[in-house]
Design a protein around this ligand. Structure first.
Ligand code: ZN
Length: 241
C-alpha cells in the first residue's frame, strides 16, 4: 500500500509559500507516493478562486501524485457554493475549511450550504482544528452529527489547544477521521486504542512540518502492520479516492 499524506499545502501566500516542485521533492525524499493538497493563507481566507485554480492545475499536472481540496469561505454565501461546485467539477476531491482563517465558528450553520454540496457530490471535507474559539473538535462533532453522510477529517487532532477533546469528539460521530499532523505521537497512540486505526489518517501539514518527521511519529506507534497500513495509506484511499 502506497503512503499517502492527507494534508499538505501549495501556493505563494503572505506567510506560507511553497511550490508544487518543492512538495514533490519532499514527498520523494520521504517515500510518500501521494499527497492531498490545498492552498495557503489569503487563498483560503479570501481569494478562493485563485487558490483553487492553482490547486486544480497542480492536480492536473500530477494526477498520480496529488489530490486537491477546494478552499471556500462560507461568508461568500451563494458565490461560495458556486465556487465549490466549480472546483469539484474541475477535478478537486473535497472541501477544505479553516474556520480560524476564514472567520467563522465551525459549528455555525453558515457553513451548512457548503457541506450540503459535499453531501450532493459525495466528497469529504477537511477542517483545521485546535484554535479557540473558532475551530474546536466538539464543534466539528456537532457538524458531523448534523451531516452523518459526509465524511469529515479533523485536522491536527485539535493541536494545540484542544488535544484533549479530539478522541471524545470523534467518539460522538462515526463519520469523523483524525489527521495526525503536528500532534504528538502519544495522542495518536491513544486515538488508535480508543477509536481504532481505521479512523486515523497520516498527514504532515507540509510546509508547516516535515514529512519525514511526521512519518517518524507513525513509525513509533505500537500497532499491527495491518493497522499501520491503514493509517499510512488505506484509510486515505477510502476517504479521498
Ligand atoms: Zn494546514
Amino acid at each position: 500500500m502506497p503512503t499517502i499524506d492527507s494534508h499538505c499545502h501549495i501556493g505563494a501566500g503572505v506567510r506560507k509559500s511553497v511550490t508544487t516542485d518543492r512538495l514533490l521533492r519532499a514527498m520523494d525524499d520521504a517515500g510518500v507516493e501521494r499527497a492531498v493538497v490545498c492552498s495557503v493563507d489569503q487563498f483560503i481566507a479570501v481569494s478562493n478562486r485563485e487558490g483553487n485554480d492553482e490547486v486544480a492545475r497542480a492536480v492536473r499536472a500530477e494526477p498520480d501524485r496529488l489530490w486537491g481540496l477546494a478552499a471556500v469561505n462560507p461568508w461568500f454565501g451563494d458565490q461560495g457554493v458556486e465556487e465549490l461546485r466549480r472546483s469539484l467539477d474541475a477535478g478537486l476531491s473535497g472541501l477544505k475549511l479553516n474556520s480560524h482563517l476564514q472567520g467563522f465558528v465551525l459549528s455555525d450553520p453558515i457553513v451548512h450550504p457548503l457541506v450540503e454540496v459535499c453531501r450532493n457530490y459525495d466528497v469529504p471535507l477537511y477542517a483545521h482544528t485546535g484554535t479557540p474559539i473558532t475551530a474546536e473538535p466538539f464543534q466539528l462533532a456537532e457538524l458531523a452529527r448534523t451531516f452523518p453522510e459526509v465524511t469529515m477529517v479533523m485536522g491536527h487532532m485539535g493541536y494545540t489547544d484542544f488535544w484533549y477533546d479530539a478522541v471524545p469528539a470523534a467518539l460522538q460521530s462515526e463519520n469523523i477521521y483524525l489527521e495526525t499532523s503536528l500532534i504528538d505521537f502519544m495522542n495518536i497512540q491513544t486515538a488508535i486504542e480508543k477509536l481504532g486505526a481505521h479512523r486515523i489518517l497520516f498527514g504532515s501539514d507540509f510546509p508547516e512540518s516535515d514529512l519525514s518527521l511526521e512519518l517518524e511519529k507513525i513509525s513509533m506507534l505500537e500497532m499491527s502492520d495491518a493497522d499501520r497500513g491503514l493509517v499510512l495509506g488505506a484509510n486515505a484511499q477510502t476517504v479521498w479516492a
